[in-house]
Design a protein around this ligand. Structure first.
Ligand code: ADP
Ligand code: MG
Length: 278
């Protein structure tokens, strides 16, 4: 039986809110879906521990597929994906779930249990590693409770801990989702269009939360985003995808409108910018 997380932290002398930050590497990764769509074509990338990276591209360019190969939700057709010490693309079943326990993930639709409390939603992140009999019985340890409350505090919604998740605003829900990912004490944080359902001021504050998590914890953060201004403002490196291929990789702040037009394969449109109401 593997060590409980309490023992591991004690053994390694870590504080419960810190974990090693991991590198992400894709080598010649291609993904073809069962229907025949080639979503990624020979993508090679290396992201160093602690980088703050945006993946930009039009809808259908392969952003979600890319992020899902990193946590093993989408199997690669060829190539290898390595995250920290794990060759994700070679893992299955229990080993894949264990590795995924170290990879936080945030979604556009928040994916919360709406009828459960904020506390329960975030506590679930504690069960991501290796469920013990305590977690299976729903009996959190003192450490589980502490990490849960700290995670909520770090995204500024500790006061909502006993609210029902379904009763929160969109921005609050996304913060609960971030707290849930943080309670895993992840080594990598992935976010798939985390602000696409939010109004502009809330989108800015959620992006700022992600930037703070990167800066304060040194956590590797990878964000799929289709809004160019947010990518420029909140990430340091930008990777552009077009039809499943990397067509841009460079500093985000320096990316020009012409660079975006190259990535998109068309002129900039109003809906590429934050605050455009469809
Ligand atoms: N589960 C799936 N089955 C079949 N085709 C898919 C699936 N998911 C995505 N695709 C296709 O793969 C391509 C890339 O999609 P996706 O990775 O979702 O791009 P993005 O996130 O940039 O919008 C698209 O053509 C899309 O229709
Ligand atoms: Mg997508």
């Amino acid at each position: 039986m593997s060590l409980h997380i309490e023992d591991r932290h004690e053994a390694e002398g870590r504080t419960p809110s810190a974990a090693a930050s991991w590198r992400i590497a894709l080598e010649e990764v291609s993904v073809t879906y069962p229907g025949g769509t080639k979503a990624l074509n020979n993508v090679s990338l290396e992201i160093a521990p602690g980088e703050m990276v945006s993946i930009v591209g039009l809808s259908g360019s392969g952003k979600s597929t890319l992020i899902r190969t990193i946590n093993g939700l989408v199997p690669v057709t060829s190539g290898t994906v390595t995250v920290g010490p794990h060759e994700i693309s070679a893992l299955r079943g229990k080993q894949l779930r264990e590795a995924r326990g170290h990879i936080g993930m945030i979604f556009q639709a928040f994916n919360l249990a709406e009828r459960a409390s904020v506390y329960r939603n975030v506590l679930v992140g504690r069960f991501a590693h290796s469920p013990s009999y305590r977690t299976l019985l729903g009996l959190p340890s003192a450490l589980d409770r502490e990490v849960t409350l700290r995670a909520l505090d770090s995204v500024g919604i500790l006061d909502k801990v006993w609210n029902k998740a379904g009763a929160l605003s969109g921005g609050q829900k996304q913060r609960v989702a971030i707290a849930r990912a943080l309670s895993q004490i992840p080594s990598v944080m992935l976010a798939d269009e985390p602000v696409a359902s939010l109004d502009p001021p809330t989108a800015h504050s959620v992006m700022a939360d992600l930037r703070d998590i990167n800066a304060q914890r040194g956590l590797t953060v990878l964000i799929n985003i289709h809004l160019m201004d947010l990518a420029r403002q909140y990430t340091t490196r930008m990777i552009g995808l077009r039809a499943g291929e990397v067509v841009y990789d460079g500093p985000a702040a320096a990316a020009s409108d012409a660079d975006f037009e190259e990535i998109y394969g068309r002129p900039i449109q109003p809906r590429d910018r934050l605050g455009f109401a469809e």
